[in-house]
Design a protein around this ligand. Structure first.
Ligand code: SAM
Length: 288
């Protein structure tokens, strides 16, 4: 096995200053890809028990074992909260998983997609076709570039914007700042919704509070959903949402039984439940 910075004795170790003193480890069978792009270090591993895994700068982005939870929640919570999403924008998400999920909504007519790193898209097409199939949808328009710059040029265009960003270290940092959220709001149609990768209520309290404050100040409604992804740090991640009208905490539309059967995590019940936060997190976000 080729030896890289994050691999030792057949195990991948995920360490990061954002969660000091802890490391998630997965047993590795093989390194399938290991190169640096202009923006980040891209690795794809075949793990022993969790399928293929994509890591960027040593941070796990997804495993085939549990990616459904993240992709389904980040896509379907905002899309089902909207009564009729037609035009949507996805920022980041170079693996294609959010596009795969968003494409299940037949009311969606256009999916603009802006990813900074084309190499993530190409690597995902090569090694993760079960996610990258999202790019095969003819409603998808791919733009390569900084999502913050892309959205700055848009006014009143989108019903729903989903930001599937990596952590706020490296190219994703700009996607956690107030000016970006102001541009997201400006890019929405009346009644529009944004949903952004909202880190963990256990491990990233300052980040969660900051996102909640920004969205509370800018949007008519703000809410935070929390759910499980076992291979993310602490096994937990959240979505920070802002709305120019619709209630975010419940679906505005019925889910087609055929679509429900294709999903593994999202359901109308878990949509509502994800907004019921542990008491410490509720207090943390109530008293901003
Ligand atoms: N939820 C996943 C996680 O953090 O584990 C994120 C997965 S997805 C692969 C994150 C993507 O965001 C990466 O492909 C990265 O290149 C992209 N990205 C980071 N900063 C960006 C920016 N400023 N504009 C557009 N895309 C960006």
């Amino acid at each position: 096995m080729k030896h890289t910075r994050h691999v030792k004795d057949g195990w991948f170790y995920e360490t990061c200053p954002m969660w000091p003193g802890m490391a998630l480890s997965l047993e590795i069978k093989n390194i399938l890809y290991d190169e640096k792009s202009l923006f980040q270090h891209i690795q794809v591993f075949e793990t022993q028990n969790h399928g293929k895994m994509l890591a960027l700068d040593g941070i796990i982005q997804l495993t085939q074992f549990d990616e459904f939870s993240y992709q389904e929640m980040l896509a379907h919570v905002p899309l089902f909260a909207h009564p009729n999403p037609e035009t949507i924008l996805v920022i980041g998400g170079g693996d294609g998983g959010i596009l795969r999920e968003a494409g299940r909504h037949t009311c969606v007519t256009t999916m603009d997609f802006c990813e900074i790193d084309d190499m993530v898209i190409q690597v995902s097409k090569q090694f993760l076709p079960d996610l990258a199939c999202g790019f095969d949808d003819p409603r998808v328009n791919v733009f390569i570039g900084d999502g913050a710059a892309f959205v700055r040029e848009k006014t009143g265009v989108y019903d729903v914007i989903i930001v599937d960003s990596s952590d706020p270290i490296g190219p994703g940092e700009v996607l956690f700042k107030q000016p970006f959220y102001e541009c997201l709001k400006n890019a929405l149609k009346p009644g529009g919704i944004i949903a952004t990768q909202g880190e963990s209520i256990f491990l990233h309290k300052d980040c969660v509070i900051n996102l909640a404050k920004i969205t509370r100040d800018l949007f008519d409604r703000q809410a935070y959903a929390s759910f499980m992804v076992p291979t993310y740090p602490g096994g937990n991640i959240g979505i920070c949402l802002g709305s120019l009208g619709p209630d975010l905490t419940r679906p505005a539309r019925k889910i087609d039984p055929g679509i429900q059967e294709q999903l593994k995590y999202y359901s109308p019940e878990i949509h509502k439940a994800a907004f019921v936060l542990p008491y410490f997190a509720r207090k943390m976000l109530e008293h901003l």
